[in-house]
Design a protein around this ligand. Structure first.
Ligand SMILES: [Zn+2]
Length: 285
């Protein structure tokens, strides 16, 4: 594993925006009366993105552009030719290079203010726990079920919110989870072993971008909210709300294009958050 932290070019007081930041984020600051406070909350936000591929690239680009203060990027892959149609942080000359490191370098050029940390590895539980401990919000942009279940389990263990996106073929889903909701494993058939991802089903590059931007929009709503707003339960569709405990499924018809949201139902016997977890814990004692 290689871990490196890229320091910001200049250290700014934590409680204020610099003159440069006021100019950089001026269009965002106009959007609300408390624009300065919202921007400062973004500056203090610490986000972990697991997977810097078709979803992770545009999500990271939007968060860094918006002024999120700290981003941890985790990916074990190297850039491949087949990544380039949708993984916008990479160029042809990057083929064979470590994704997370290239992504951090490009993001650094985009905005020098955020602190970027890179884990160029497939993390074990201990490595991922350490990374999670240094973040407030977790984003699953991975492309395989074991990694999704690992992050879900450790997010639940740490009590931190998990925003998860998935795109394969021509379908896309988003999952908004926290310690009060069903978890990702509640939704998974334990016998399901099929390899279904973009390597086997293909992926629509525009759909990956649409899904990533919906995910980034929800993340920014959450990160700019006050702690009280983050903790409050809000209904789906409420302005500026993040519908935790719901999943979104992309659908396109003659009358509507976008994500349709549905409630998630916890599995009482879930091995992560339900009776299955209790039984496993008792068995370990
Ligand atoms: Zn569960």
């Amino acid at each position: 594993m290689r871990a490196k932290s890229v320091p910001p070019e200049a250290t700014q007081p934590e409680t204020t925006l610099s003159d440069t930041e006021f100019i950089r984020y001026s269009r965002s600051l106009m959007l609300a009366d408390d624009g300065d406070s919202r921007q400062l909350r973004l500056k203090h936000a610490r986000v972990l993105i697991l997977g810097v591929g078709g979803l992770g690239c545009p999500v990271a680009t939007t968060l860094v552009g918006a002024g999120v203060g700290q981003l941890t990027l985790i990916d074990s892959d190297k850039v491949e030719l087949s990544n380039l149609p949708r993984q916008s942080l990479y160029q042809t000359g990057d083929i064979g290079k470590a994704k997370a490191e290239v992504a951090a370098a490009r993001l650094r050029l985009q905005n020098p203010h955020p602190r970027l940390t890179v884990l160029q590895c497939r993390p074990d539980d201990q490595q991922l726990r350490q990374a999670i401990a240094d973040c407030d919000v977790l984003v699953d942009c991975s492309d395989n079920l074991p990694t999704r279940l690992q992050l879900n389990r450790l997010a639940r263990e740490a009590g931190k919110p998990l925003f998860a996106g998935a795109v394969s073929g021509t379908s896309a889903q988003l999952y908004l989870l926290n310690s009060q909701t069903a978890c990702y494993q509640c939704l998974v058939d334990p016998n399901w072993q099929a390899l279904q991802n973009c390597r086997t089903l293909g992926v629509d590059p525009a759909l990956a971008a649409v899904t990533a931007q919906q995910l980034a929009w929800l993340l920014l709503q959450y990160l700019q909210a006050t702690p009280a707003q983050q903790a409050s339960a809000v209904p789906v569709g409420h302005a500026n709300s993040v519908p935790f405990g719901h999943y979104g499924r992309f659908a396109a018809s003659h009358s509507q294009i976008g994500f349709h949201w549905y409630p998630l139902h916890a599995n009482p016997s879930c091995a992560c958050c339900g009776a299955g977890a209790d039984a496993a814990q008792k068995g370990a004692l």
